[in-house]
Design a protein. Structure first.
Length: 152
């Protein structure tokens, strides 16, 4: 490709992203910038990629994600009953998921937009496997009872 074409293409991409950010900005709860390139997690398969996207957008089945159908939700993690079930808690700190986390995500310490989990090729499939194994962010009807401890 010629340098003129590459420069024009780069300028068009910058203008498109700038227009996108100004005309249709991301909601305050979504901490990931718009991109014209597909994220590597979309290659994991439709179901797992959907779970990751929903969790990142705070629109999943995690207890701490807002629901339009429940005005007074219980935000506490249904597995450990200790903290709110946020993305960070579910993936990195829930004691009930510790065994799977230690096996699959031992190199992950944070889930921020610039952290290595989103850029290291071996961590994306590991995140997908962790989500699938622990049923994190799955609809409640799809989660076996063995994942939830008995209520006191």
């Amino acid at each position: 490709m010629s340098k003129a074409y590459q420069a024009l293409r780069a300028r068009a991409r910058r203008m498109l992203l700038q227009d996108w950010a100004e005309e249709d900005p991301t909601p305050p709860y979504y901490h990931y910038p718009p991109s014209l390139d597909p994220h590597p997690f979309v290659g994991l398969g439709k179901f797992v990629a959907g779970r990751i996207h929903q969790i990142r957008a705070a629109k999943s089945y995690l207890a701490a994600h807002p629901s339009w159908s429940d005005e007074n939700p219980n935000l506490t993690c249904p597995r450990c009953k200790i903290e709110p079930e946020t993305f960070q808690h579910a993936i990195l700190s829930c004691p009930a998921r510790a065994r799977d986390r230690d096996l699959l995500l031992k190199d992950v310490s944070s889930l921020g937009q610039d952290d290595n989990i989103w850029t290291e090729p071996h961590l994306i499939p590991a995140l997908g496997e962790a989500i699938t194994t622990t049923k994190t962010g799955f609809p409640p009807a799809m989660i076996p009872e063995r994942f939830f401890p008995p209520s006191p």
